[in-house]
Design a protein around this ligand. Structure first.
Ligand SMILES: [Zn+2]
Length: 283
């Protein structure tokens, strides 16, 4: 019954969106409050479901999470530094991925079960300009596909990609999904505001989504499912398996000094329950 009501409301709101939303983006000055290490989720999603669900899984697919791809070492901005990986390091990691035998796939591939134990997913959040200037050339050099999540009202702002650059990502075979209108905590929004936000941000995009700052609620999960979104990524730590909820996919955070092989192996070991989550590396 609830699902039928949600579908009805989703349809009405989508129609209203199309009528009302005439390309005028909200021009508020909300800053990106970025994903922090201690992800806080709304009840009852305060645990990593994969830790218990994945014991009997056969496929383990790491989903790597990147933010800025730039050389950045500003002591007065430790969060920015934490969220940055230099282009030189990204290239080393891409080379390592090749040496380890991984082949990057998209989230839509994952949702369609087009994965093997050699699959990996590369994700880039927030639509920063350096995704176009620094990540795209490397992806093309290695012939890798990746998933980019765009904050729709930030498109064209200083420091972010514009619509033409995003189109170039699409033309290069990249998957480009939604990441909300202005990076608000979706779990704190009313049903109407949340469905407006998510449906607007995926317009003309692939049906994949990343929760801003990794925050979501049961209501958010219902909305993404009812909008037809096939896969959503969180900031919950872990590897995706065939047992994962497609709307709650975990990721591995990558920083400048992340030992990628070690982190991937740790998360696979945790998913196989041979390691406790507390034994993962501190980075
Ligand atoms: Zn984000």
């Amino acid at each position: 019954m609830l699902r039928i009501i949600l579908w009805g409301l989703a349809l009405i709101l989508l129609t209203l969106n199309i009528l009302i939303f005439s390309g005028v983006m909200p021009l508020d000055n909300i800053q990106v409050v970025e994903e922090k290490t201690n992800t806080k989720l709304a009840e009852p999603y305060n645990q990593t479901p994969e830790a218990t669900e994945s014991k009997n899984a056969q496929f383990f697919v790491p989903i790597l999470m990147y933010h800025y791809i730039k050389d950045y070492n500003n002591p007065s901005d430790p969060l920015g530094v934490q969220l940055s990986v230099s282009p030189a390091t990204l290239e080393k990691q891409f080379e390592l991925i090749k040496i380890l035998g991984y082949q990057p796939i998209t989230l839509q591939d994952f949702a369609a079960k087009k994965y093997t134990n050699n699959s990996i997913i590369l994700t880039f959040d927030d639509g920063y300009i350096d995704h176009y200037t620094n990540a795209l050339p490397l992806l093309q050099k290695y012939n890798y596909r990746a998933s980019f999540f765009i904050v729709s009202s930030f498109v064209g702002r200083s420091g972010y990609m514009n619509a033409n650059q995003i189109q170039e990502l699409v033309d290069a075979g990249m998957e480009v999904g939604g990441h909300s209108i202005s990076h608000k905590n979706l779990a704190s929004l009313s049903f109407e505001d949340a469905i407006y936000d998510i449906s607007t941000s995926i317009r003309n995009r692939e049906l994949v989504f990343a929760y801003p700052s990794g925050k979501y609620s049961e209501q958010t999960l219902d909305i993404v499912s009812s909008l037809g979104i096939v896969a959503s990524v969180t900031t919950n730590l872990g590897v995706a398996t065939e047992k994962s909820n497609l709307q709650e996919l975990p990721r591995i955070r990558v920083k400048e000094y992340t030992d990628l092989t070690k982190r991937i192996n740790e998360e696979i070991a945790i998913a196989k329950s041979t390691l406790k989550p507390s034994q993962r590396s501190k980075d």
